[in-house]
Design a protein around this ligand. Structure first.
Ligand code: PAF
Length: 282
């Protein structure tokens, strides 16, 4: 496994691999790797000759009062996990490398970045899209691996890749969950024991909603009210949003039909978690 910090060194390696006709898969991360990342890496390794993993806690996607400074950075453990998973190249640029003095450019993303997390985290998706575009230019992968848990991020990046003509295929891997259903996230480690216990309600409430839809419930308002009331019973939970949207466009639905996504963001104490499930309603 090669650990590379410089853009030029990485590009030299990538160009050499490309000249030999080797396919490149790319897993962008902010580190604090868990089983969700592990599954992205495994999927990437199955489909590509070379797997590149980036670890970069991107300051541009954090708001001024968010957790940029306390975001976990267990560098050595991350490298051990990457090594165990047989990642070929880890790219760990510094902030100065990605945003040198005088750096000015950001991309503005459209509708898909406005609702849901975009409402509560202004500028977040602009920061995500900007860093991912930079990383795509640097890594030049054939395939980009993203997790379904970050569904709005996936929708935004699909739009960006299409609009800006990136020659890359986006591969989306299913959310990996703890035994009690809590979606794996680097932020789960912030939760106190009580909050961690209560956080399992997210998946259970979403599952219950899926059950009601399968039983014929079609009114999105009623479904969302049920999810809300179940989550509100947890003492440490504060709901940012719960939505029922079209999976591709993220437009809110009044009646559930087609490919539907139920998505939510809920804070347990100071920790903000997101989750979603997909339901096909013929
Ligand atoms: O999903 C993440 O970890 C980040 O948003 C990403 C895609 C690595 C960009 O910083």
């Amino acid at each position: 496994m090669r650990v590379i910090k410089s853009i030029q060194s990485l590009q030299r390696l990538i160009q050499k691999a490309k000249r030999s006709g080797e396919s490149i898969g790319f897993v962008p991360t902010m580190g604090a790797l868990h089983q969700g990342h592990q599954s992205l890496i495994r999927c990437c390794r199955r489909e590509n000759k070379i797997t590149v993993l980036s670890i970069f806690v991107n300051p541009q996607q954090f708001g001024p009062h968010e957790d940029f400074l306390r975001y976990p950075r267990p560098g050595r453990l991350d490298k051990m996990l990457a090594e165990k998973e047989k990642v070929d190249i880890i790219f760990t640029p510094t902030e100065k490398t990605m945003y040198p003095d005088g750096y000015q450019t950001t991309v503005i993303v459209g509708d898909r970045a406005q609702g849901m997390c975009g409402r509560f985290r202004p500028g977040h998706f602009q920061g995500v899209a900007t860093v991912v575009i930079k990383l795509l230019h640097i890594v030049m992968p054939d395939r980009l691996y993203l997790g379904e848990k970050d569904a709005q991020q996936v929708a935004v990046l699909r739009q960006v890749v299409r609009d800006l003509n990136f020659p890359v295929t986006i591969r989306v891997c299913p959310t990996v969950r703890e035994k009690d259903g809590l979606a794996m996230s680097s932020r789960n480690r912030y939760l106190s024991a009580i909050e961690r216990n209560e956080a399992a309600v997210l998946y259970h409430a979403l599952q219950e909603a899926r059950f009601h839809i399968r039983q014929g419930m079609r009114n999105a308002g009623t479904i969302l009210r049920r999810i809300r009331s179940r989550i509100q019973r947890q003492s440490s939970a504060t709901i940012d949003y719960i939505v029922c949207v079209d999976r591709a466009t993220l437009k809110p639905l009044v009646t559930v039909h087609g490919k539907v996504m139920l998505a939510l963001a809920v804070r347990f104490g100071r920790t903000r978690l997101i989750d979603n499930i997909l339901v096909n309603v013929p």
